[in-house]
Design a protein around this ligand. Sequence first.
Ligand SMILES: [Zn+2]
Ligand SMILES: [Zn+2]
Length: 103
Amino acid sequence: MRSIIPGDKENWCFICGSYDRIEEHHIFGGSDRQISEKYGLKVHLCNAHHHGTSGAHGRDGSKLQQYLHETGQQEIEKRWQEQGLSADEARQRFMREFRRSYL
Ligand SMILES: [Zn+2]
Ligand SMILES: [Zn+2]
């Protein structure tokens, strides 16, 4: 599934707009990677914002991770609301599928 994150483009970094060494990043990783793929919860990042020290997978990447988690949760809950769920139902569905809320 293509990314559903507004502003994400395949050839530039979602964070800094660089066109250099762009990589695809699944917003919810580990055991949630497949579900991220299923819902298009992905962004494109430059190598620095992906694997650099403050990148999503970096030692100091927790702030960026949190920002991406919040953005991803907001977008998928918005989609589910457009499909007819209430805000509460969308939050409950998120917590069922991802086992926690990032918001
Ligand atoms: Zn970047
Ligand atoms: Zn990644």
